[in-house]
Every structure is written in C-alpha cells, then in structure tokens.
Design a protein around this ligand. Structure first.
Ligand SMILES: NC(=O)c1ccc[n+]([C@@H]2O[C@H](COP(=O)([O-])OP(=O)(O)OC[C@H]3O[C@@H](n4cnc5c(N)ncnc54)[C@H](O)[C@@H]3O)[C@@H](O)[C@H]2O)c1
Length: 254
C-alpha cells in the first residue's frame, strides 16, 4: 500500500485519467476526494471504488469556480483530517484553433479550466500543506502540448505550458526545504473521452499538428498514466521535485 492513510484530491475524476488515478490511489490505501462536474459518472466511480472495499467520496466541483475549489479542499480536511496530495487533472481540449481565429470566449474557457483552476486549487492546497508537519504533494496533469507548440490549439498549448511553469515555480519555492513537492506529467495521446470533444478541428491548426508526424506510438491507457501519478504521489519519489515526466510511448523521442 503505497499511499496508506494519505488524503488525496483528484479533479476530473469521473472519467479517463482522473478516474484511473482515483481508482489506483484508493487501491493503494488513499482516502480519495474525487471531484468532477459530471455527477452521474462521478457517482458511479465512487460507488465502484467503495464496492471494491476502498475509500472515496465524490464531490461535484467545477475547477473554474473558486467557491467549489474552497469546498473541495475544506471537505478533504473536514472529512479526513489532512490534505496530502492534490492531483490537478481536470482539463479540456480545444479544436486546434490558432491565435488568428481564437475568440476571447474560447481562450478564456480553456485558460480558466486548464490553468487558472489548477492555480487556485494549488493555492488552496499549499495553504493547508504548509501548516502540516508532513507537507504535501502536488501533481499537475499537463500534456506534451506543454512542451511543444503543435500538439493542440493556441489556448490549449498555452495553458499546458503555463501549468508546467507553475509546477516548477511551486517546486522551486516550496520544495526547497523538502516540504511540498510539485511535479507534472506530460502525457501523449491517451485513449479517453477527450478526443470526442474535438468536434470541429480547425484546418490550419490541424495542418500544423499533422505536419509533425512521428506518432507511430499506440495510444496509451489511462491506467498507465495512473502508475506515473502513483510514483509521484508516493514516498518513492521523495527526491523528485519540479520534474516533468513525459509519458507518450516515445512520440516525442523522435
Ligand atoms: N487524453 C489525452 O490524449 C491527453 C493527452 C495529454 C494530456 N491530457 C490531459 O489529461 C487530463 C485528463 O484528460 P482525459 O483525457 O482523461 O479527459 P476526459 O475527458 O476523459 O476526462 C476529463 C474529466 O474532467 C472533467 N471536467 C471537465 N471540465 C471540468 C471542470 N471545469 N471541472 C471539473 N472537472 C471537469 C470531465 O467531466 C471529465 O470527467 C486533461 O487535463 C488533459 O488535458 C489528455
């Protein structure tokens, strides 16, 4: 049991990688606060974790809403007495829209969910973790779109680059005495529902993404990313701080 007794918040836990992380962490002994905007799916995930004999509570929570973020972090402490790990996983894709055609509304929505929300959640978590003797761990699920330009539209790529910058800043600021570690995962293509949200791919953005080629790696499975998150959440990674772990089956290696 690699997370025995640890309290963990996972955002976007009703599907895809967030669901896999919530399940894996609960199996490893964590007390999981699973959050999402999709109540129906979230209830199913929490129910099935409980049926497996593990511990999770569900909380409908929009990462773009400050009040929801406060409720989420307060709930973890009220219910389980501490907050040991925050997994900022919730995120959405864009339609590969490049800067020239990006509306304010599209930009603001992606940045609110993929970057501002994780910042606010990290802020709330750090203010709790700093007061704890044992500190805490922050894991940001970014993307290879946080490392390279042509892996999404302008807003998505910017949001994920920002998330990686914030990860390193937290690590450099709060991790220096070993109290709070912050690391990020940069997945490549992973088989989840997120691709179905790409409803009208922009031709110029799609052309830019198409031109990079090289993605002969099969899609990853959400559980493979959950294993990376488990390593980062557990004491096995005690000396890992400010790292970005690429998990893309070798896509960006070539
Ligand atoms: N799937 C991929 O290929 C891929 C690759 C790289 C990075 N990522 C990143 O991984 C993370 C998880 O993606 P996924 O592929 O598992 O997606 P997914 O669509 O399968 O699941 C995302 C979950 O987040 C929830 N969500 C959406 N908006 C939310 C909000 N405002 N507040 C709270 N929850 C919200 C959704 O309801 C959903 O349950 C995202 O941050 C995504 O950008 C995905």
């Amino acid at each position: 049991m690699k997370l025995l007794g640890k309290t963990v918040i996972v955002t976007g836990a009703a599907a895809g990688m967030g669901e896999a992380i919530a399940r894996k962490f609960a199996e490893e002994g964590a007390k999981v606060v699973a959050t999402d905007i999709d109540k129906e799916r979230l209830d199913q995930v929490v129910k099935s974790i409980a049926e497996s004999g593990n511990e999770a509570i569900g909380l409908v929570s929009n990462i773009a809403n400050q009040e929801d973020i406060d409720k989420m972090t307060n709930k973890a402490v009220q219910k389980f007495g501490s907050l040991d790990v925050l997994v900022n996983n919730a995120g959405i894709m864009d339609n590969f829209v490049p800067v020239g055609d990006l509306t304010d509304q599209q930009w603001e929505r992606i940045i609110a969910i993929n970057l501002t929300g994780p910042f606010k959640a990290a802020r709330a978590a750090i203010n709790i973790m700093e007061k704890q003797e044992k500190g805490g761990v922050i894991i940001n699920n970014a993307s290879i779109g946080g490392l390279f330009g042509a892996r999404g539209g302008a807003a998505y790529v910017t949001s994920k680059h920002g998330l990686l910058g914030m990860t390193k800043n937290i690590a450099a600021t709060y991790g220096i005495h070993g109290k709070i570690r912050a690391n990020a995962i940069a997945p490549g293509g992973v088989a989840t529902n997120i691709q179905s949200t790409i409803t009208e791919p922009h031709p110029l953005g799609s052309q830019a993404i198409g031109s990079i080629g090289g993605n002969s790696a099969p899609l990853g499975q959400a559980e493979e990313i959950a294993e990376v998150a488990l390593f980062l959440a557990s004491d096995a990674s005690s000396f890992v701080n400010g790292a970005i772990i690429t998990a893309d089956g070798g896509w960006t290696a070539s």
